[in-house]
Design a protein around this ligand. Structure first.
Ligand SMILES: Nc1nc2c(c(=O)[nH]1)N[C@H]1C(S)=C(S)[C@@H](COP(=O)(O)OP(=O)(O)OC[C@H]3O[C@@H](n4cnc5c(=O)[nH]c(N)nc54)[C@H](O)[C@@H]3O)O[C@H]1N2
Ligand SMILES: Nc1nc2c(c(=O)[nH]1)N[C@H]1C(S)=C(S)[C@@H](COP(=O)(O)OP(=O)(O)OC[C@H]3O[C@@H](n4cnc5c(=O)[nH]c(N)nc54)[C@H](O)[C@@H]3O)O[C@H]1N2
Ligand code: SF4
Ligand SMILES: [Mo]
Length: 805
């Protein structure tokens, strides 16, 4: 019997717009997450699963990378609404086996959104799509590994294969993965970080010598000022609100810097306290700067200049621990205030008030996320954050530091384990010493470069360790064409997604165990380890029976693939790794810096902290052996007349490309996703009305190439929703907007796609689409703007302040 699909696809005509909320969490959050959990898991399984989440003897949340409190401070329910949704998504009792794939031909699956695909349930068996076929069919594991090995070994060069990682993969799997890929012969290890905090990693490595944040969770509790820039914690890191509540209780001030007044920045109703359940909750931000999108570089230059002018400099710290102060100070004294006001859209009074909060704080933590990292000038912006922190000596002392808040639950751990297309020489040397082969030294391809290589026929095999590459990357049309040119696409996955139906000539889906499940690989109960956003490493062990007996762990899949592909080349003991992950941890201990006695240390309750020299001892392993002030030119993103600056962000009901549901509760949207939030006065100025439908059209030409053509990209049919934000800015959800983001529009130095600064115009609806319908009914397209000429107004996107008319 063929089961009915549990959900219909998105019918955007049912979209409703209500009022935005001014407080996050509260009892509604608990009710929403429990309803979903019980629907998909039943009562018993819900209790069994959620009570082990983020506990010392339990498993790590599959959601974000927010750290856990120390073991003696954990609650019985140590998770948030979105953590519960993430668990439900994985531990759902909905399953899809071969009969599902037999009933739904590839041509039909291609018409479905990520929402529909994901909601069908857990994949229970390895599946193959054979060249010219019409359906995915079941395949045995050994045959699947044989296909992979055959394709990989037939390549002219190992560099023709791409090995992507999404940030959920455990440290053990990540270490085995990068080892296999380098033993096979390439550094082509792009990951989701390339689209996420890469700008942070680059900027911090340059400035303080290590690409990670410099705080512990306790530092937030003790801070006098917490700055939250370009981050929406109420949705994306909800347990951060608990830390903010504790900090407020200790007298901290909070400064929110965001074009949107996000509910989670305004007020928190902690469902674990009486005040949060029946009272008004805790007010959070003391000051909100409604900054223009991309204005943060200018803002932090101004804050730095004011602190300098006011004499708020920790001279002792600056002298002992930094270089470059004089040059920086000279440029800060020359600050062009007109340019700052234009770039930020803020008044000088408001900026001075914010700078006053820095002045009055003896311990400041600066937090940020995607609103900062996904712009052309992101690396420079984060260097300015660092300048301000260095100026006041806010690194390596209690209650202070830099706090990039990471996305995926183990994205930081994967990097630590060597998932990096540009791994440092010392890491490769350590691999060589430990395993006795010479790993390739040439840098590999990052995410954006990988798409280019597939598109241009320079790469032929794509292997995805988790994730949903096609939906997550920019320039959807181009990405789909790139994947279609591959000879083989392979995805290690838990749930179905668009990347499985946008495939190469042959395609494999290899179903993996999730983190909530018991891993009995090699006949023993295995555990894995992960690292959170604050460099704390701990073990994770799932409580549930696996969704199917055919599932294999990620470690198992990688080791088996390595055996099939390179056999005992280099004498790496893949079978020992697979039968006892302790063997992998022993190798991690010898190769990865800071991981000596790894297996023993993760046994301590709550795990251990990786070393962080700036945080621990105020030593800065940079080229200068000190922290480095940077002088960054102020560029302004100039938005031509009649266009808007669009940021692409997450709703409250999704995890990246995984769409849990269709409600963005805090922003007042329900039952749909194709909306564009625009300031009411801009709606009027553009001759539109609330509720109109428009196509979003981005126009872009590569600023680094003088003869580049002007190219348009169109994503059709979004409903216009009035929403308070700075004039000229707009916001819409990802991944629906990814067709608008040019592949080559990247942050300088980090190559992070510029997902938060897309210049668009709102065009009349051009494509005839029936009301409602699925993603495939919204055909995006792109092409050269016919009359677009180099030098056109639309192309002058990045200008020096004095070039502005
Ligand atoms: N529930 C849930 N949790 C998640 C995720 C999820 O999808 N769902 N994703 C995970 C991942 S991988 C990541 S990376 C994180 C992402 O966490 P966030 O960075 O919070 O995610 P976004 O929704 O992209 O939100 C960006 C925020 O930056 C603001 N912003 C946009 N442009 C600018 C700007 O130019 N300047 C400033 N100052 N602000 C700006 C937006 O208004 C928004 O509030 O969350 C992780 N956690
Ligand atoms: N326009 C725009 N684009 C963006 C962003 C943006 O803000 N705007 N954000 C970017 C960011 S920050 C990120 S991190 C990327 C995210 O990019 P990805 O990490 O590639 O995408 P996800 O949506 O997190 O991946 C979801 C898929 O992972 C698989 N999966 C889930 N759990 C597991 C597991 O335990 N094991 C395995 N093997 N597979 C699993 C499921 O099949 C699921 O469909 O997107 C980026 N793209
Ligand atoms: S804050 Fe992040 S890690 Fe913690 S429970 Fe929520 S989603 Fe999971
Ligand atoms: Mo991310």
């Amino acid at each position: 019997m063929v089961r009915q699909a549990p959900v219909k696809d998105i019918d955007e005509s049912e979209l409703e717009v209500g009022r935005e909320k001014h407080a996050a969490a509260g009892v509604t959050a608990v009710a929403v997450s429990m309803k979903r959990a019980i629907e998909q898991m039943g009562v018993k399984r819900t209790a069994q699963t959620l009570l082990k989440l983020n506990q010392v003897d339990g498993y790590d949340c599959q959601g974000c990378a927010w750290p856990d409190p120390s073991p003696d401070h954990r609650h019985t329910a140590e998770f948030c609404e979105n953590g519960a949704k993430a668990v439900t998504e994985e531990a759902t009792k909905r399953h899809i086996g071969p009969e599902f794939f037999a009933a739904h031909p590839m041509a039909e699956l291609k018409q479905k959104t990520d929402y529909w695909l994901g909601q069908q349930g857990r994949i229970t068996q390895p599946m193959v799509y054979r060249e010219g076929g019409s359906h995915y069919e079941p395949i045995g594991w050994d045959e699947a590994f044989g296909i992979i090995a055959g394709e990989l070994n037939a390549l002219d060069s190992p560099d023709e294969a791409i090995f992507y990682t999404s940030g959920k993969t455990s440290n053990e799997a990540a270490f085995a993965y990068q080892l296999f890929v380098r033993a096979f012969g390439t550094n082509n290890l792009p990951d989701c970080s390339n689209m996420c905090h890469e700008s942070t990693s680059v900027a911090l490595a340059e400035a303080i010598g290590i690409g990670k944040g410099s705080v512990h969770l306790e530092d937030l509790h003790q801070a006098e000022l917490i700055v939250i820039a370009g981050q929406n914690p109420g949705t994306n890191h909800p347990r951060m609100l608990q830390a903010l509540e504790i900090a407020k209780g200790n007298g901290a001030k909070i400064l929110a810097i965001n074009p949107l007044r996000e509910a989670g920045l305004v007020r928190f109703k902690n469902p674990q306290t009486p005040k949060g359940v029946v009272g008004g909750g805790t007010g959070l931000a003391d000051l909100h700067l409604p900054i223009r999108v991309n204005g943060d570089l200018a803002l932090f230059q101004a804050i730095g200049a004011l602190l300098l002018e006011w004499g708020c400099v920790d001279h002792d710290f600056v002298q002992r621990h930094t270089v470059g102060f004089d040059e920086w100070a000279a440029s800060a004294r020359e600050l062009d205030w007109d340019a700052v006001l234009r770039a930020t859209g803020l008044s000088r009074e408001l900026i001075e008030e914010a700078a006053g909060m820095f002045r009055d704080s003896a311990a400041t933590v600066n937090c940020w996320a995607m609103g900062i990292t996904q712009h052309r000038n992101s690396v420079a912006t984060i260097r300015e954050f660092t300048n301000v922190a260095l100026l006041q000596g806010n690194i390596g002392r209690p209650g202070a530091g830099l706090c990039p808040v990471r996305g995926h639950s183990n994205v930081q751990g994967d990097r630590t384990m060597g998932i990096w297309e540009r791994a440092p020489e010392h890491f490769l040397d350590a691999l060589q010493t430990e395993f006795g082969f010479d790993p390739p030294r040439e840098h590999g391809l990052d995410t954006v470069a990988s798409i280019g290589a597939l598109r241009d026929g320079r790469a032929h095999v794509f292997f995805g360790m988790g994730g949903n590459f096609v939906s997550a990357v920019p320039d959807t049309e181009v990405a789909e064409q790139a994947m279609a040119r591959a000879s083989l696409t392979v995805h290690v996955s838990t749930k179905l997604n668009r990347s499985h139906v946008t495939h190469g000539r042959t395609a494999l889906i290899l179903p993996a165990l999730g983190r909530s499940e018991k891993d009995r690989t090699g006949g023993r109960e295995q555990r894995v380890t992960v690292e959170d956003s604050m460099s704390a490493v701990h073990a994770s062990k799932g409580p549930l029976e696996p969704a199917s007996s055919h599932l294999r762990s990620e470690v198992d899949i990688l080791c088996s693939m390595a055996e099939a592909t390179i056999g005992d080349r280099h004498g790496i003991p893949w079978s020992d790794f697979r039968s006892d992950y302790t063997e992998i941890r022993r190798r991690i201990a010898r190769v990865v810096p800071g991981c000596a006695a790894y297996d023993e240390k993760v046994d301590q309750p709550g795990g251990f902290q990786l070393p962080h020299p700036p945080r621990d001892t105020r030593t800065f392993p940079t080229a200068a052996d000190k922290a480095i002030f940077a002088v960054n030119p102020l560029d302004i993103l100039h938005v031509p007349e009649g266009r808007l600056l669009l940021q692409t962000m997450r709703s409250h009901d999704q995890f990246n490309t995984t769409i849990y549901g269709l409600d963005d509760r805090y922003r007042g949207v329900s039952n749909g996703r194709r909306v564009i939030f625009v300031h009411p006065d801009d709606i009027t100025a553009l001759g539109l009305s609330e509720g109109d439908y428009v196509d979003l059209v981005s126009e872009w030409s590569d600023p680094d190439h003088a003869d580049a053509q002007l190219v348009y990209r169109r994503a059709p049919r979004f409903r216009v929703v009035p929403y308070d934000q700075p004039r000229g800015c707009a916001a819409a959800y990802y991944p629906e907007t990814n067709p608008l983001i040019p592949l080559d529009s990247k942050a300088l130095k980090s190559n992070c796609p510029t997902s938060k600064s897309v210049i668009v115009r709102l065009a009349p609806v051009d494509v005839d689409v029936a009301d409602g319908g699925a993603l495939a009914s919204y055909p995006s397209d792109y092409g050269v703007v016919a009359d677009g000429q180099v030098g056109d107004d639309a192309q002058k996107q990045y200008v020096e302040p004095d070039q502005l008319s």
